[in-house]
Design a protein around this ligand. Structure first.
Ligand code: ZN
Length: 287
């Protein structure tokens, strides 16, 4: 009798855990928060985008996925009584830009970098192919409001753009400027050292608020801090590689402890070292 009790209790706890995890999956965390003026931030679980409300309609950005986009479209219609006129993709990765058809079906025009269009078609991304593309810079105007789109070089992908809302003094930048966090894993689909150059270009832009694609809002100081982290990481890894050190020796020697209070430090900083080491070795071999 007494032996059975704990088992039943443990089972109860396990089943309870499974149910609440399933419920959490059924009900994604979705939220709209005002950033500044008519610029808002849209959250879908761990992904974020922004949208600008104007008298002529709404400029939306990454749709995130079809369900999220359907929710956002309804919320925008209910809260603001406006139609989505433009959708701007930050880069080609499906976890940010799936579901563009939800906006396009109502006539929204989809905008992205020209290389993003190529990849969206080539990799058959689950979204709408952009109708308007650009190479370096583009300014979109709607209802007397403006968003400036800029390509700043290769970083987390080869087709990443940033979106500057000058009146709201805000920059929307996805996946290549984590705020108070180390970089994602081992730099998949990424370009080093070009990434650091594009961060320096962001620092020269005129804005105060940084709206990232993941995590909390930041400021320009977070861009500088992350550029310094990336420089520190790659300088240290390069020095080890030049001395002919192995990956394991490099991992043991590189000291990133001054960033230990940043998000994902324990899990991802060893992978950051690994990714940087592999890319630096490839560059050294002239590839
Ligand atoms: Zn990405």
């Amino acid at each position: 009798m007494f032996r059975i009790m704990p088992t039943v209790l443990v089972l109860g706890i396990l089943i309870g855990g499974i149910v609440s995890a399933a419920q959490a999956q059924d009900a994604p965390k979705r939220k709209i928060v005002q950033i500044s003026g008519d610029l808002y931030r849209f959250q879908n679980n761990f992904h974020y985008s922004v949208f600008l409300v104007t008298s002529e309609g709404v400029i939306a950005t990454d749709p995130i996925n079809a369900d999220a986009a359907r929710w956002l479209k309804t919320e925008i219609a209910d809260r603001f009584g406006k139609r989505i006129r433009y959708v701007i993709y930050s880069h080609d990765h499906a976890d940010h830009i799936a579901g563009g058809e939800v906006f396009a079906v109502d006539g929204a025009i989809v905008v992205a970098h020209e290389k993003a269009k190529r990849t969206i078609i080539g990799e058959n991304r689950p979204t709408v192919v952009p109708q308007i593309t650009f190479k370096k810079r583009m300014t979109l105007e709607l209802g007397g409001k403006t968003v400036e789109l800029s390509y700043l070089g290769k970083n987390h992908s080869d087709n990443m753009i940033v979106m500057r809302f000058p009146e709201e003094r805000t920059l929307f930048a996805v996946d290549f400027i984590p705020v108070k966090s180390v970089a994602f894993k081992d730099f998949p689909d990424s370009y080093l050292p070009e990434w650091i150059e594009s961060l320096a270009r962001v620092e020269r832009m005129d804005f105060d608020i940084l709206a990232p694609g993941h995590g909390a809002l930041g400021t320009k100081a977070d861009v500088t801090a992350f550029r310094e982290y990336m420089t520190d990481l790659t300088d240290q890894v390069r020095a080890q590689a030049r001395m002919g050190k192995s990956l394991e020796e490099t991992k043991a020697a590189v000291d990133l402890s001054k960033y230990s209070d940043w998000g994902q430090f324990e899990a991802w900083s060893p992978l950051n070292i690994e990714g940087a080491y592999q890319r630096i070795q490839l560059n050294r071999r002239g590839n």
